[in-house]
Design a binder for this molecule. Structure first.
Ligand SMILES: [Zn+2]
Length: 112
């Protein structure tokens, strides 16, 4: 599956696909807008509704111009700082494993 680069400040489909989220007939977005389906859309559209991503406890609604630009800022931050983020993830994961190994040893010593 291929993606395309955008030449504006909005989030790409790569970001929408990567960010955790969901869909629903009603979403309060990062712009403060309540996106809600009409009764007709709800009947015809079922439960698909609006697609959104949650990042930093903020709901970004796909198709909402303000949300697409705001999520684009997160995407640029991640991409522009990917080397530092990559190093951080390595350090953090290695440390989390070391802590888990210590806990595992404590369990073993406790006989549980
Ligand atoms: Zn919005």
């Amino acid at each position: 599956m291929g993606y395309i680069k955008r030449d504006d400040n909005k989030a790409t489909d790569m970001m929408w696909d990567a960010a955790l989220g969901g869909g629903g007939p009603w979403v309060h977005c990062s712009c403060g807008i309540d996106h809600s389906m009409t009764d007709e859309e709800f009947v015809d559209g079922g439960y698909n509704g609006f697609r959104y991503s949650n990042l930093n406890e903020i709901a970004f609604v796909q198709g909402c111009s303000g949300c697409e630009e705001r999520l684009g800022k997160y995407e640029r931050f991640i991409w522009d700082n990917r080397d530092a983020i990559r190093r951080y993830l390595k350090i953090r994961i290695d440390q989390e494993k070391a802590w888990a190994d210590q806990e595992h040893l404590l369990n073993t010593l406790a006989g549980i």
